[in-house]
Design a protein around this ligand. Structure first.
Ligand SMILES: Nc1ncnc2c1ncn2[C@@H]1O[C@H](COP(=O)(O)OP(=O)(O)O)[C@@H](O)[C@H]1O
Ligand SMILES: [Mg+2]
Length: 526
């Protein structure tokens, strides 16, 4: 009861700040019933006289309400399905910048984290160079073998975890209440939205995880000539403190300096796209917050990324899916792209591959008639996901994150080179991947082309294998999730039965039985 009252109090305060900053003016009250309409009209009496436009009003309110609301805003910017496209676009402009907290508090937090006086950790410790909702960054120096080396020290805001926790509890309360009262809130699964926010924030607030992400990315990219990440100083890293090699470079936000230093901006633009695609396709591990404030160019002209709080992962299946889609659009082979969707098990089997290929052609063909600078890969993926919705295809969250990041990455590269040609830029990375992972099969297909019936049969083997792979994945899932063969699995086998000859079907059932037996022998009580 007391906690409900305190949640209501917190939410009422948020409501008041929204009203004061004029956010309520943005709500279209016409479709609403009388009670909320009256409440909003009443709330608008508190509005402060302001000349701000609508987008900055929302940002101002969220910034005033503090870090949790800023994060909520940034998070909702990626969910136009929840807040609508107009508000999502406004929220995208939300800058995560705050006044720094006092130097003494940062120093005390570091000393407490390592249980040592500050000067036993750093040889010098400067003022904050940047401050945001979760943390701030200081420039410091460490001494090693008598030599001083600059480092960047990211310190968690004191008390931030407690503040997030109570704000998030209030969000959960509101989301649950909303779901109880409104079918729309249930459809949008508000509680789950808040849970996702809570999860991503708690990952972002543990700097050991950020350090691990940086170090994983460093390992993946160690042989890449055009990209690197700062080295982690693990001895000076804890949950609340992250120490990284200091990057002496020019930020991508600082175009003037980039030009003065004589960097080739279009080449940098290509490098941003190509490196991002390489991380996604080759490594399956990408930086999911690639705005220009997180990217430097060092004096050797290499891109250096910082800020590894939000990362995306793609499994082998999603990577292949992405490569094939891009390849399909580059080569205009829509049948192939459609087949990939089916093989990956993304599109339910009752749809036809041909109609799906037709829908994809409708996206791909217009693009090939445009000039290079009008083509957007991010937009292409957005359209693709819209089409896939029509075919009952649930878009995987990791692919959505990729697409959101692609929008940002493409924006960054277009600022560097407004005439950047997305396809020729992506082409070498995608081809390299295809050649490496699908090469022998591609060559086999080439070799047998035109070699008659046998040739055609052999050329089909890879796709038959891929389809069997789908089934195996489902079987794998079924065994991992217990002994139950889910109804989808059974019907998948049923569908396979319809397509294949009897021996293949018997073989598949035998494999299913075998897997079930293995699973049983693992989980059975001893
Ligand atoms: N290794 C580094 N070298 C130099 N500056 C850094 C480094 N890491 C972070 N910074 C500076 O601090 C800012 C904030 O760090 P970042 O990790 O992006 O934190 P946040 O998650 O708050 O955005 C960066 O935009 C950059 O200016
Ligand atoms: Mg940052």
């Amino acid at each position: 009861m007391i906690s409900a009252a305190s949640h209501l109090l917190r939410l009422a305060r948020a409501g008041f700040v929204f009203a004061r900053e004029g956010v309520l003016a943005l709500v279209d009250t016409r479709p609403l019933p009388f009670a909320p309409r009256a409440a909003i009209a009443f709330g608008r009496l508190f509005e402060r006289r302001t000349s701000k436009d609508s987008s900055s009003r929302l940002a101002a309110a969220l910034t005033r309400l503090g870090p949790t609301y800023v994060k909520l805003g940034q998070f909702l910017a990626t969910r136009p399905d929840v807040v609508g496209t107009a508000i999502a676009r406004d929220l995208e402009m939300l800058q995560d910048k705050m006044a720094p907290f006092p130097q003494a508090e940062a120093e005390a937090a570091i000393a407490a984290a390592f249980d040592k006086p500050l000067d036993a950790i750093y040889a010098s410790f400067g003022p904050a160079v940047a401050a945001a909702s979760i943390a701030q960054v200081h420039r410091a120096e460490i001494e090693k073998d008598g030599v001083r080396k600059p480092v960047a020290v990211k310190v968690l805001r004191p008390d931030i975890e407690r503040r997030f926790k109570s704000d998030l509890d209030a969000f959960f309360f509101a989301a649950r209440l909303g779901e109880r009262l409104s079918p729309e809130a249930r459809r949008l699964r508000l509680v789950e939205v808040v849970a996702t926010l809570a999860r991503s924030v708690s990952i972002e607030m543990d700097f050991r995880l950020e350090a691990a992400a940086a170090s994983e990315m460093a390992q993946n990219t160690k042989d890449d000539p055009g990209f690197r990440v700062p080295e982690v100083d693990w001895d000076r890293t804890a949950r609340e403190v992250l120490t990284l090699e200091w990057i002496d470079g020019t930020k991508l936000t600082d175009r003037a300096t980039l030009t003065t230093k004589g960097f080739d901006l279009p080449a940098l633009g290509r490098s941003v796209i190509q490196n991002f695609l390489r991380h996604a396709l080759r490594d399956g591990f990408f930086h999911a917050d690639m705005h220009p404030g997180n990217l430097f160019v060092d004096d050797g002209g290499r891109l250096v990324a910082v800020d590894f709080g939000i990362m995306g992962r793609l499994g082998p299946k999603e990577r292949r899916f992405l490569a094939e889609i891009l390849f399909g659009f580059i080569t205009r082979d829509y049948q192939r792209t459609a087949q990939v969707h089916f093989d990956a098990g993304y599109v339910p089997r009752h749809h036809s591959v041909e109609s799906f290929a037709q829908a994809i052609r409708a996206i791909g063909e217009p693009i090939h008639n445009r000039t290079a600078e009008d083509i957007s890969m991010a937009k292409l993926l957005t359209l693709l996901f819209e089409v896939t919705g029509l075919f009952d295809m649930q878009t995987r969250p990791e692919l959505l994150l990729l697409q959101k990041t692609m929008v940002v990455v493409e924006g960054v590269s277009r600022v560097l080179d407004p005439r950047l040609d997305m396809w020729t830029t992506a082409d070498p990375v995608v081809r390299e991947w295809i050649a490496r992972y699908l090469g022998p099969i591609g060559k086999l297909e080439d070799a047998v082309e035109g070699a008659g019936e046998i040739g055609r049969f052999v050329a089909q083997v890879p796709s038959l294998l891929a389809r069997a792979g789908t089934l195996m994945d489902q079987l794998d899932d079924a065994t991992r999730n217990g002994l139950v063969l889910s109804s989808e699995t059974v019907s998948a086998i049923g569908a396979a039965e319809a397509r294949r000859n009897r021996w293949t079907t018997i073989a598949l059932w035998a494999i299913a039985a075998l897997l079930a037996l293995i699973a049983w022998s693992i989980v059975r009580p001893v």
